[in-house]
Design a protein around this ligand. Sequence first.
Ligand code: MF3
Ligand code: CO
Ligand code: CO
Length: 253
Amino acid sequence: MEKEVITLLSGRELDKMRRAGQLAAQLLDYLEPMVKPGVTTLELNDAAEEWTQKHGAKSAPLGYKGFPKSICTSVNQVVCHGIPNSKQVLKDGDIINIDVTPILDGYHGDTSKTFLVGQPSAKARKLVEVTQECCRRGIQAVRPEGRVGDIGAAIQEYAEAEGFSVVRDFVGHGINHIFHTAPMIPHYGRRDTGKRLRPGMVFTIEPMINEGTWEVKVLEDGWTAVTRDRKLSAQFEHTVAVTEDGVEILTLS
Ligand code: MF3
Ligand code: CO
Ligand code: CO
């Protein structure tokens, strides 16, 4: 994290975060119909880059700490940070997380979804549904004067009750004009622990939920994170703001 202090956004900054968040959600909506057997992850990347530029925005991942592409495409056992590639053709039964982060007027909108390619197995579909519900429950745990641990607890309890595991090595993050900043938002933990949530805080909730072990491994390319047991992983992500009376999702489509 670039700093320890948690920024509280002004109304004007929140407005910019809303616009960036909306653009990010629209970008996922734009890509969704392209997610079909036969498309390559590079084609998805290039469509995203072109759409982003056309809407007056920039792709935050491109060149971020050396990341080579504009979006992350994480297929099946890939947990996150999959790199789009012309040789990677989606096939019937795959699941793919697409993670986009356009920068609009200096502010970041960060969101991701896991899509079904054709007809995945029942267990793959269950993993994707449970992961989406984890994201929803994490968001619902956000309230002013609540604490960061409330979010992880809500996610972990549900994921584990459904027989899945929660990735530890990657967490949600504060986000504003900076892509990744304080606070860190673990997707596991205990209620009534961690930093207190205050109106004006903006961060992501992005649980990665695994079919088998929660342990991950980063491949030789320095980015692609896979499950250690090579079983499936899914993820959903929203950027949210703590409000005076609850939570506002900035990346709802
Ligand atoms: N969008 C990812 C996140 O949710 C970060 C991707 S960083 C990249 O935080 F460099 F891999 F693109
Ligand atoms: Co993201
Ligand atoms: Co994020």
